[in-house]
Write a protein that binds this ligand. Structure first.
Ligand code: MD6
Ligand code: FE
Length: 217
């Protein structure tokens, strides 16, 4: 189980990428990363990874997913992107959010209402995520908090228009990213995962956790 995050967090100084978007390189130290990985393994035992498909086309994602918290993000061909309280394959409620995630939320998004969903994305080294906005939530005034574990990924971010200018940053294991304010609806995606860039996951690959407030105020 997770230890206390106090003293295990901080890392390099935060960098503002654009208004409302703050990157905290190395926010989790190696012990906190290992503890969070143990939490993720317990989540996956309770709520197995599933492979979402795109609305309408039914094209599978290259990323596998699961969730924890009262709500989880899912997608299928018929009903599209949405949040729901039950796992789409097991029909069971999502497991609770581990304490370390709630502590990260309290530290990095102070004053926000509690997160309702944590989407766990699992990338093998050939997985990617296309440019998208996170807009399935009922309240865009609350930031999304992202935590990364395992191999480094090339994270691309743009502005509020799909065709706008973009920049890329390398998100490494332990990095946190707060996506709020004017950046809350910025387009972003994962260009690629850099194989062999971390030893945290024995088989390689990357895990990204995004904590979200879903309900309208
Ligand atoms: C990823 N992240 O890092 C994908 N969304 O694997 C996201 O899609 C994301 O990092 C909203 C806010 C922060 C993010
Ligand atoms: Fe996203």
């Amino acid at each position: 189980m997770s230890g206390d995050l106090a003293g295990a967090v901080g890392g390099a100084k935060p960098l503002t990428l654009q208004e409302g978007c703050v990157w905290y390189p190395g926010w989790l130290d190696s012990r906190a990363q290992q503890d969070l990985l143990d939490d993720v393994r317990a989540i996956v035992r309770a709520a197995p990874l599933f492979r979402p498909v795109m609305p309408r086309t039914g094209a599978p994602f290259s990323v596998m997913m699961t969730n924890c918290g009262p709500l989880g993000w899912v997608s299928d061909q018929r009903d599209g992107y949405r949040y729901q309280p039950l796992h789409p394959e097991t029909g069971q409620p999502w497991p609770p959010m581990p304490r370390a995630l709630l502590q990260a939320w309290a530290a990095l998004v102070p004053g926000a209402p509690p997160p309702e969903a944590c989407l766990v994305n699992f990338y093998r080294t050939d997985a990617r995520m296309g440019l998208h906005q996170d807009r399935d939530e009922g309240d865009f005034s609350v930031p999304v908090l992202s935590l990364s574990l395992g191999d480094t990924a090339v994270f691309r971010m743009g502005g509020s228009e799909r065709r706008g200018k973009t920049r890329a940053i390398k998100l490494a294991s332990g990095d946190a990213l707060v996506f709020g304010g004017a950046a809350r609806l910025a387009f972003h995606g994962i260009d690629r995962v850099l194989p062999g860039s971390s030893t945290l996951l024995k088989e390689g690959g990357r895990i990204n956790l995004t904590l979200r407030r879903v309900s309208a105020p």
